[in-house]
Each structure stands twice: as structure tokens, then as C-alpha cells.
Design a protein around this ligand. Structure first.
Ligand SMILES: [Zn+2]
Length: 258
């Protein structure tokens, strides 16, 4: 069976996603080092115990996720569930590869690009074909949601494609011609989407002030789920790795209602 050197794999992903270009809340790349050769990767949204258990059971060499560990604002001590997770990886020599913002932002493999594909949104592009973005780190994408769309019809598409009922705020039948989206917990960036002049903003999570911003600006809001909006980037990256190195990369969806 084909294998790739762990550090070669990590370096390729780092370069592909331009991981060094981002100011992030966690380290991007190889977070925990396991065995030196990788034949089989388990990919998922978050490096939880459930995902680690699957990787152990399937005798995988590495885990690839969007949400890894070692976040800036968390207690760094290795206790409780954190200890159990890390002990499982080390005992079975499994690596952890994690890419946060670089995996949101990549123009083709990223969560925003892949969510647009899944929902049928057409990103606005410049003359070079680069997606038109706004907001902090250019994380918000702008585009066309398709012909004759309303909040109701977009809500139906989201429910069908992501298999999860979204939270909708705004006038149900007003036309939505231009939409902004950012996967994950980007409700705090809605003001940048409003400033860009869109009819609707879609992200994963919602906060109390989001309601007031939507009501007072008239920009519709779609809360489509943090997990649900971030399933697709890591799958696209996994497929690119499988193609590049001829190794096995298997996505495992550990359901999360948030
Ligand atoms: Zn996220």
C-alpha cells in the first residue's frame, strides 16, 4: 500500500493552503506527531474523542481536521477529556493535522468555496478569477445565490443540502440577489457583510445581537450550523491529498447540531 512521509505530507498541505500567511487562534499544520509514514487518514470537522476512536478502530495513521487543538484562549493544562484525547493519539501513534483559517479561505478547497458549490452560490470574481471577499482576513465571500432566490428558497436549499434546518431572520419573500457567506462562527463579522451591500448573510452560528443587526439593517440572516457549513473543506482537502499521494483519506461525519 502506498504511503507518504508524514513531514512531506504536512509540508505539502502547509504550502497548498498557504498556512503561514494567516494570523490564527491555533497552530496550523502538524499538531501531534505520530508514526513517520502515512497510508490512511481519517478526516473530520473536529478532533473529538469520537473521531479519535474511529481512527484507532480503523488503524489510521493520521487525523486531518478543521478544528484541532491548542486554542489561544483555552487552559493549556492536559487534564480530563483533553488528556484522554491526547493519550489515545500517542498510545496509537496517530498524528493530528489541523488547518483552521487556511482551510476556510482557500480559493478552491476551502470551506467557503466548497459551501458555495454545495449550495449553488456563484462567487463574485475579479478579472484574475480570484473570489471577491470582505471582512477580517478577507474571510467573507460575496456572490449570487442563483436566479429568483428569496430567504425562504435559500432556507429550503440549505435544509436539503446540509441536512439541517437553518435559522432564518428577515422578510421571507423579498428577492435576494447578492449574498455574503462565511462558514463557522462568523456572526460577529456580519457588519462587514452589511457594509458590502448584500441582501443576506449566511454563517454557521448566531448570537443575541445578530437579531438586532438583521432587523435594523434589513439584511436577512441565515444561521446554517457551524458544523454543517464546515464539513466540505476538509473533504475537498482529503480528496486532493488522496489524489496527490495515492493514499487513503476517509471522511467521518460526527454529527453536531450546533
Ligand atoms: Zn469552525
Amino acid at each position: 500500500m502506498t504511503s507518504v512521509d508524514l513531514y512531506e505530507l504536512a509540508a505539502w498541505i502547509d504550502t497548498t493552503l498557504q498556512a503561514g500567511q494567516f494570523t490564527d487562534y491555533c497552530p496550523n499544520g502538524l499538531q501531534v506527531e505520530g508514526r513517520p509514514h502515512v497510508r490512511h487518514i481519517i478526516a473530520g470537522v473536529t478532533a473529538t474523542q469520537a473521531l479519535i476512536d474511529v481512527a484507532i478502530e480503523k488503524k489510521a495513521d493520521a487525523i486531518l481536521v478543521h478544528h484541532g487543538w491548542f486554542w489561544k484562549n483555552e487552559n493549556p493544562c492536559i487534564r480530563g477529556p483533553k488528556r484522554t484525547r491526547l493519550a489515545g493519539l500517542l498510545a496509537h501513534d496517530i498524528s493530528l493535522l489541523a488547518y483552521h483559517l487556511p482551510l476556510d479561505a482557500h480559493p478552491t478547497l476551502g470551506n467557503n468555496a466548497q459551501l458555495a458549490r454545495v449550495l449553488g452560490f456563484e462567487p463574485e470574481r475579479d478579472s484574475q478569477g480570484a473570489p471577491q471577499c470582505c471582512g477580517p482576513e478577507n474571510l467573507i465571500w460575496l456572490g449570487n445565490p442563483g436566479a429568483n432566490q428569496t430567504l425562504t428558497s435559500i432556507g429550503q436549499t440549505v435544509a436539503r443540502q446540509l441536512n439541517r434546518e437553518p435559522l432564518l431572520m428577515g422578510e421571507p419573500h423579498r428577492p435576494i440577489r447578492r449574498i455574503a457567506w462565511c462558514t463557522g462562527g462568523a456572526q460577529g463579522m456580519m457588519d462587514a457583510a452589511v457594509a458590502a451591500g448584500v441582501d443576506a448573510y449566511l454563517t454557521g452560528e448566531v448570537s443575541e445581537p445578530t437579531t438586532h443587526l438583521a432587523r435594523e439593517t434589513g439584511v436577512a440572516f441565515i444561521g446554517a450550523g457551524h458544523h454543517a457549513t464546515e464539513r466540505y473543506g476538509v473533504q475537498a482537502l482529503g480528496a486532493a491529498i488522496a489524489e496527490k499521494f495515492g493514499i487513503r483519506c476517509e471522511f467521518v461525519d460526527i454529527d453536531n447540531p450546533v
